[in-house]
Design a protein around this ligand. Structure first.
Ligand SMILES: Cc1cc2nc3c(=O)[nH]c(=O)nc-3n(C[C@H](O)[C@H](O)[C@H](O)COP(=O)(O)OP(=O)(O)OC[C@H]3O[C@@H](n4cnc5c(N)ncnc54)[C@H](O)[C@@H]3O)c2cc1C
Length: 448
């Protein structure tokens, strides 16, 4: 494999792996530093993951929440900046080279790793085939395909049992993504699709939200968790707490001793870092995040920084910072400032301190929760605030306008406009093979 020509003009080269929240923030902040920047991502777009569930539930289109990385950074116009579309397969720390799947390697003087995370199936990777997760645009359009197809198939099947299975949806994970998914699915079924079918009543669809511990949204206050449960129940979502998932297979899921037969299981629980710790042979925490120092430097390698979801950085309270978009963004800006200072000989910023402006999660139409230090808000006000904050954080002026108009239209009409089925017209099995059925416990909701 031929090395990518090093086009350096005497300026040191900073290589950034990942064009997500952390990588993009670092690249932008380095624009005025005396360095050349090479950003490598296996996708050509920056994705606003907090609104992925809206693509999965047909409220927004993929292009509303993603922007081409080249477009955002102004590659071609910006001198000293290049973007490569490729997958990083490893890093040679000794030779200071980044290895790529199709080309490369790429030499670096400073390396920023911002490769993010993926879902964890808690040691059961085999569940993934039956319970897709929500991480990329492909995941979101696949989930949208499955949801909409289930209603289409239910419209034409004669067998009431089969119809019941098709109209049962299980969301695993009571964190913000699971809550948002379950709420949006309830709105889709009980409002948007309500008038669209002749032989079924989509409002009768069962939406079950499954959580292993005894509350939803555990990062929020007890009263906000209780409010979330209540709001979802009012929307017709069945909330199952203290119900760890025990098995997922073709056409079924088992949690808390109960088996539900359905082809529609969606995974929104648990994250683990991209496997970058393996590239370095570095120490990692339980989520696979590389343990770095307070300046996000890889121990023993001061020219390598790891940030965002891929990094475990301890805060002043002795706990690692959470895997959140603002953490990644602030870390990206911080390491960029360190690198810029090193290049100009100015004093470098000290340890990273996360400025926490608050956390929010939406439940559904006019219902959300927000926690800002000691202040906790919920209800309509929190929902408006959630909308404004998310539109503000979206990358790209066009996307902000399109999303705002879409939301306003949906709020007025209850209609979700992106109800498109793309890809295969086939659904996965709607019930388990006979052998698995026979093994299902007597408490199966099937027989209830
Ligand atoms: C569904 C969902 C909802 C979320 N909601 C919220 C929310 O409401 N609020 C919030 O604060 N956070 C939320 N998060 C978390 C937030 O998105 C992450 O904390 C944030 O994206 C982390 O930023 P990052 O830069 O570390 O990684 P990412 O933004 O994930 O970017 C990683 C980038 O690296 C690229 N990459 C990975 N591996 C390689 C490789 N080997 N080679 C080349 N490129 C690679 C990826 O393609 C990606 O573009 C949500 C996450 C998900 C999945």
């Amino acid at each position: 494999m031929q090395a990518i020509p090093d086009t350096r003009d005497g300026r040191p080269r900073v290589v950034i792996i990942g064009g997500g929240f952390g990588g993009l923030s670092a690249a932008r902040a380095l624009a005025s530093a005396p360095v050349r920047v090479t950003l490598i991502d296996r996708r050509n777009h920056h994705l606003f993951q907090p609104l992925l569930y809206q693509v999965a539930t047909a409220a927004l289109s993929p292009a509303d929440i993603a922007v081409p990385i080249r477009g955002v950074l102004g590659t071609g116009r910006e001198e000293g900046l290049e973007v490569f579309l490729d997958e990083v397969t490893g890093v040679d720390l000794e030779k200071r080279l980044v290895n790529l799947r199709t080309d490369g390697p790429v030499a670096y003087d400073r390396l920023i790793v911002a490769a993010g995370s993926r879902y964890s199936y808690f040691g059961h990777d085999e569940w993934q085939a039956h319970a897709p997760s929500l991480k990329s645009l492909d995941d979101a359009t696949e989930i949208r395909r499955r949801i909409l197809l289930a209603f289409e198939r239910a419209e034409t099947v004669k067998d009431p049992e089969e119809r019941r299975r098709l109209l049962t949806f299980v969301v695993v994970g009571g964190g913000p993504t699971g809550v948002e998914m379950a709420g949006a699915m309830a709105e889709l079924a009980k409002a948007t699709l309500r008038q669209d079918f002749s032989h079924i009543d989509p409002a009768g669809a069962r939406i079950i939200l499954v959580e292993a511990i005894d509350e939803l949204l555990s990062a929020f206050t007890d009263s906000q968790s209780a409010y979330t449960c209540e709001a979802l129940s009012k929307m017709g979502v069945e909330v199952r707490l203290k119900s760890p998932v025990e098995a997922v297979g073709p056409g079924f899921v088992r949690f808390g001793g109960e088996t539900v037969e359905t082809p529609n299981v969606f995974w929104c629980a648990g994250v683990q870092a991209e496997p970058v710790a393996g590239w370095f042979g570095a120490a990692a925490d339980k989520q696979g995040r590389v343990v770095v120092d307070a300046q996000m430097r890889l121990p023993g390698h001061p020219d390598v920084f790891v940030i965002g979801d891929a990094a475990s950085v301890t805060g002043p309270d002795g706990k690692p910072y959470p895997a959140l978009a603002p953490v990644a963004k602030q870390q990206g800006a911080h390491v960029a400032a360190i690198i810029a200072a090193e290049m100009t000989g100015e004093p470098a910023p000290g340890p990273f301190r996360y400025r926490d402006w608050g956390t929010m999660a939406t439940i559904g139409r006019s219902a959300a929760v927000g926690k800002f230090g000691k202040f906790a808000v919920k209800g309509f006000f929190a929902w408006v605030l959630w909308g404004l904050v998310h539109v503000g954080y979206l990358v790209g002026f066009r996307n902000r306008i399109v999303v705002l108009v879409n939301w306003f239209w949906q709020w007025l009409t209850y209609r979700k406009g992106a109800r498109l089925i793309t890809g295969s017209p086939r659904l996965p099995p709607t019930h388990p093979p006979r052998k698995l059925r026979d093994e299902a416990p007597a408490r199966s909701t099937l027989d209830s």
